[in-house]
Ligand binder design. Structure first.
Ligand code: AMP
Length: 279
C-alpha cells in the first residue's frame, strides 16, 4: 500500500492511471473497524485500484469536544488497510484539504439538510460536502463507497454528486451496516464506550427491530414513542426515534412506500446513530 500525505502527489498518481484502471475510493475518518473494511473489500472486488482516505474533517464537527475526542488509531488502521487489500492511503494534514486561499462554497442540499441529523448537527452536512468535494477533486475515482450506517449522509452524497455534475463519472455505492454480535452498529465512536455501555447501546438495534416487527400493528406515533421510551429506560438521551419515507425522509403517508427507522441517542456522552429499512 502506498501512503500519500500530499494531495498533488496522490492526484498525479490516480490521474495518470484512471484511463486504464478503475479506481474505487473509500473516504473515512479513521479508527477503522469491520464496517470500513467491508467497504474496502467491496471496492477491491469491483475496481483495479482501491484508495482510502483517513482525515478527521474539522468542518463536519459541530462540537469542538466531539472533534477533540474523536479516536485516532493510525498505526492499527494502516495494518488493517493492508490486510483488506487497500492499494493507496491518503493521509493528509488539514492544509492539504483546506489550503490557504480555500474558500468553502455553500451546497444547496435542500430539505435533507434541515431534517434529523441536519437539525441536531447544524452545518454538519455542509462540512461533509466540503471534504468529499475536495477528495473527489483530488482522487477522481470511478466509484465512491459509503455505509448505510450514515443513511442521511448517503442521501447528501447523491445530491452532492448532482450538484457537482459528477453523477455520470463517479458512481455512489452504498454498503449495508456491519454490526457487532449484539446488533450494535460498528462505529469509531464505540471505542469511547465502556463494555457495559456497549451492551446497553445494543438497545438502539433492538428498538429498530421493534419498529420493524410492529410496523402496521401499532400507529407510527406509538412505535416512535415506545422506541424513545425503551432507550430512555436504558439511560439514553434521545434526539430522535423516527419512521420516515426512505426516499424523502418525510413522515410516512402509508405503508406502501419504503420506510426507514432512524435513531440518534447519546449514552455516557457518546452520540450514536443507526437506521434500518422497515418494510
Ligand atoms: P467514518 O469514518 O465514520 O466517517 O465512516 C467512513 C465510512 O464508513 C462512511 O461511509 C460510513 O457510513 C461507513 N461506515 C461507518 N460505520 C459503518 C458500519 N458499521 N457499517 C458499514 N459502513 C460503515
Amino acid at each position: 500500500m502506498i501512503i500519500f500525505k500530499n494531495a498533488g502527489q496522490i492526484s498525479a498518481f490516480t490521474n495518470s492511471r484512471k484511463n486504464e484502471k478503475q479506481i474505487g475510493f473509500v473516504p473515512t475518518m479513521g479508527a477503522l473497524h469491520e464496517g470500513h473494511l467491508s467497504l474496502v473489500r467491496t471496492a477491491k472486488e469491483y475496481n483495479d485500484l482501491v484508495a482510502c482516505s483517513i482525515f478527521v474533517n474539522p468542518t463536519q464537527f459541530n462540537s469542538a469536544e466531539d472533534f477533540k475526542h474523536y479516536p485516532v488509531t493510525i498505526e492499527k488502521d494502516i495494518e488493517l488497510l493492508i490486510g483488506a487489500g487497500c492499494d493507496l492511503l491518503f493521509l493528509p494534514p488539514a492544509d492539504e484539504i483546506y489550503p490557504t486561499g480555500y474558500t468553502a462554497r455553500t451546497y444547496d442540499l435542500g430539505k435533507v439538510e434541515t431534517l434529523f441529523e441536519g437539525r441536531y448537527r447544524p452545518g454538519h452536512f455542509q462540512g461533509v460536502c466540503q471534504v468529499v468535494d475536495r477528495l473527489l477533486e483530488i482522487i477522481e475515482p470511478h466509484r465512491i463507497y459509503f455505509g448505510q450506517k450514515d443513511y442521511q449522509q448517503c442521501m447528501v452524497i447523491v445530491r452532492l454528486l448532482q450538484l457537482l455534475h459528477k453523477e455520470m463519472e463517479c458512481e455512489l455505492v452504498v454498503e449495508p451496516t456491519v454490526r457487532e454480535e449484539n446488533g450494535l452498529a460498528m462505529s469509531s465512536r464505540n471505542l469511547r464506550l465502556s463494555q457495559e455501555d456497549r451492551e446497553k447501546a445494543a438497545t438502539i438495534f433492538q428498538v429498530l427491530q421493534y419498529m420493524q416487527d410492529n410496523l402496521g400493528n401499532e400507529p407510527i406515533k406509538t412505535l416512535q414513542n415506545k422506541a424513545s421510551q425503551m432507550l430512555r429506560e436504558k439511560g439514553f438521551e434521545v434526539d430522535y426515534t423516527a419512521i420516515a419515507d426512505a426516499t424523502t425522509l418525510d413522515p410516512p403517508t402509508g405503508y406502501s412506500e419504503r420506510l426507514v427507522g432512524l435513531v440518534a441517542a447519546t449514552i455516557s456522552g457518546v452520540r450514536l446513530i443507526d437506521n434500518m429499512f422497515l418494510n
